[in-house]
Design a protein around this ligand. Structure first.
Ligand code: PHE
Ligand code: FE
Length: 263
């Protein structure tokens, strides 16, 4: 392994069972997602021809993706150091874990595997606005490390890239990878009356704690990918300074300024 944590995908090491697990997860999510996930995600799956019959080869996907938005996929062994992760994003390289879960863990995993990283994250990297957002996030991550504000910035990743919802003319849709790769949460986030769904608000998100052990209690709704890019374009240094003095907001708590999204 190099200091950038990149490894070979080791495509030939996947077993028939590994490919069958991919196929089962792929079939389950693609049956569920039309009408639930945003059209840009479905378009990305299709243009990249993300396969139903087995784990895709990263080099082939990278060549197709690079033509579209300049992004490539690199294989990594699992979670990598923050600084290395951000440097990859800033250089338009998306790190994807190379191993796949076992069949006993179809529904829940504590750490990302190739299904989450690839099926969940890569389709939207075909969208020019989202592609730019992810690269800007990488640069912002390196900057936040220097400022000591990574705990705040990490919440933005969580509530957009992993668990974001988007308002479309035909209704609320999923774009977060943590949702799109999960059967249970793909249903829950849209259908269950319990969670809060509130309009995107950058400062609010930077103050919002989150839970990693269960479905989210609050989702933030963006209007479009270009409005997400626009909202996160300004220099965050003064925003961090303003937010630092405010209380954190516990997961699932509403504050008076919250604008509930009504469908
Ligand atoms: N504009 C942010 C900053 O100055 C960087 C950023 C962009 C962070 C997009 C997240 C998403 O820190
Ligand atoms: Fe993820």
């Amino acid at each position: 392994m190099e200091s950038d944590s990149v490894i070979d995908q080791a495509y030939d090491s996947y077993t028939d069972e590994d490919h069958a697990v991919w196929q089962a997860l792929y079939n389950r999510q693609t049956a569920l997602l039309p009408g639930r996930v945003c059209p840009e995600f479905l378009a990305g799956l299709k243009t990249l021809a993300i396969a139903e019959d087995g784990i895709p080869e990263f080099s082939r996907l990278s060549d197709a993706l690079e033509q579209l938005t300049g992004w490539r996929i690199v294989a990594v062994p699992g979670l990598i150091q923050d600084e290395i992760f951000f440097a990859h994003l800033a250089a338009r390289r998306f790190p994807v874990t190379n191993w796949i879960r076992k069949r006993e863990s179809m529904d829940y995993l504590q750490e990302p595997d190739v299904f989450h990283d690839l099926f969940g994250h890569v389709p939207l990297l075909t969208n020019p606005f989202f592609a730019d957002y992810m690269a800007a996030y990488g640069r912002g991550g390196l900057k936040a490390m220097g400022l000591g504000t990574l705990d705040m910035l990490a919440r933005l990743y969580w509530y957009t890239v992993e668990f974001g919802l988007i308002a479309t003319p035909v209704g609320l849709r999923i774009y977060g990878a943590g949702i799109a790769s999960s059967k249970g949460e793909s249903l829950y986030c849209l259908d269950d009356p319990a969670p809060h769904r509130i309009h995107f608000d950058l400062k609010r998100i930077l103050r919002s704690r989150y839970r990693i052990d269960d479905f989210q209690e609050t989702y933030f709704v963006i209007d479009s990918f270009d409005s997400l890019v626009a909202a996160t374009l300004p220099d965050f240094a003064p925003i961090y300074d303003a937010v630092r003095d405010l209380d954190e907001i516990p997961a699932g708590t509403l504050i008076p300024e919250d604008k509930p999204f009504d469908r």
